[in-house]
Design a protein around this ligand. Structure first.
Ligand code: PLP
Length: 394
């Protein structure tokens, strides 16, 4: 038996894995399981991006690049941030990494000393707490309830801050809640961060997936002070259906970016060269496909949301962005005879053959997460199965 390092002793595997493994097991036995766990768009990467990647390979652009990304990709990102957010960054303030996930990992590694606290709103994206802990930091949770639309208040933030607080993570639009902070809400939170001099990690990976008339605001746009203390995280995974290409970036203070780049130079080296050329096209080329995908997600949401609302014991807020629904199913679980939502989720899989993610993985035990990044036909069938399962046991 090999003794593993202390830092991985408490590392919990992604919660999605357990349910996915069970779902695959059933599928292998020939059971018709519908999976609603997907964390990625169900479209292929747009053709122009594929072409650009292929062309770069044929042109022999298959070697190492600078660790923090190709100058041309940094320029494309800088232009994107200017075009979409009106934000100005220099190349020294941008670092490209292997997906937003690894960029965040690198960030916490260069930012945190042992015991430094990072405030994480619940429900959270599963990797935030683990990444903070891997950097010897301490996650400090704030619970954002359904009654506050899963968004933290300035007062809650203020109360969570201690003299060890280094940063707060804001994810808007949010995975798993789909909620979006308004400009006014962000202004109030930025003011607290200014007052207590803490950093803001702003994860904007779902920026392009927004429904109805809400708008995405990057907290970095609110003032000079807010920009200075924000580490803006984004990437092409969700916007351009490029999850497998692994390109994400951070835009922030030049010193911080230099440290992150130095760490990358000794850990990953550059993100895959071909993916970088693909990402240049993603940002510089036509954006029609981004909007087409957004519209398709919104159409699915329009169909599926009322159907989910109609399930007895399900309480669900209409999400404003991303591609997840997070119903509170505690009543349905109790009324159908399950001791916990986790047990309800297991029964949904084994009896109704629908795989969803239990909210416990996001710190939200009374919820389940359903992804609508799948065809409308599949979604409709899945929700019908859930509805029938609940009513038959009620
Ligand atoms: N942030 C959030 C909230 C996410 O949901 C994801 C992916 O699921 C990421 C970051 C990471 O994206 P990627 O590493 O594919 O760029």
């Amino acid at each position: 038996m090999i003794n593993l390092a202390n830092r991985v002793q408490t590392l919990t595997p992604s919660t999605t894995l357990a349910i996915t493994a069970k779902a695959n097991e059933l599928k292998a036995q020939g059971v018709d399981v519908i999976g609603l766990g997907a964390g990625e768009p169900d479209y292929n990467t747009p053709e122009n991006i594929l072409e650009a990647a292929y062309q770069s390979m044929k042109d022999g652009k298959t070697k190492y690049t600078p660790a923090g990304g190709l100058p041309a990709l940094k320029e494309a990102i800088i232009n994107k941030l200017q075009r979409d957010q009106g934000l100005s960054y220099s190349p020294k303030e941008v670092m490209v990494g292997i997906g937003a996930k690894h960029v965040l990992y690198t960030l916490f590694q260069v930012l945190l000393n042992e015991g430094d606290e990072v405030i994480i709103p619940i429900p959270y994206w599963v990797s935030y707490p683990e990444q903070v802990k891997l950097a010897q930091g301490v996650p400090v949770y704030i619970e954002a309830t359904a009654s506050q639309e899963y968004k933290i208040s300035p007062l809650q933030l203020r109360e969570a801050i201690t003299d060890r607080t280094k940063a707060v993570i804001l994810n808007t639009p949010s995975n798993p809640t789909g909620m979006i902070y308004s400009k006014e809400e962000l202004e109030a939170l930025a003011e607290v961060c200014r007052e207590f001099d803490i950093l803001i990690v702003s994860d904007e990976i779902y920026e392009k997936l927004i429904y109805g008339d809400v708008k995405h605001t990057s907290i970095a746009t609110l003032s000079k002070d807010a920009k200075k203390r924000t580490i803006l995280i984004n990437g092409v995974s969700k916007s351009h259906s490029m999850t497998g290409w692994r390109i994400g970036y951070a835009a922030a203070d030049a010193n911080l970016i230099k440290a992150m780049t130095d760490l990358a130079s000794h850990s990953t080296s550059n993100p895959v060269t071909t993916s970088q050329y693909a990402a240049i096209e993603a940002y510089n080329g036509p954006q029609d496909a981004v909007e087409e995908m957004r519209q398709a997600f919104e159409e699915r949401l329009d169909v599926i949301f009322p159907k989910l609302q109609a399930i007895p014991g399900f309480t669900v807020i209409r999400p404003q962005g991303a591609f997840y629904l997070l119903p509170d199913v505690s009543e349905a679980a109790t009324k159908t005879g399950y001791a916990s939502v986790d047990d309800f989720v297991t029964a949904l899989l084994t009896e109704a053959n629908v795989a969803v993610i239990p909210g416990s993985g996001f710190g939200a035990n009374s919820t389940i997460r359903l992804s609508y990044a799948t065809s409308l036909e599949t979604l409709t069938e899945a929700v019908e199965r859930i509805h029938q399962f609940v009513t038959s046991k009620w």
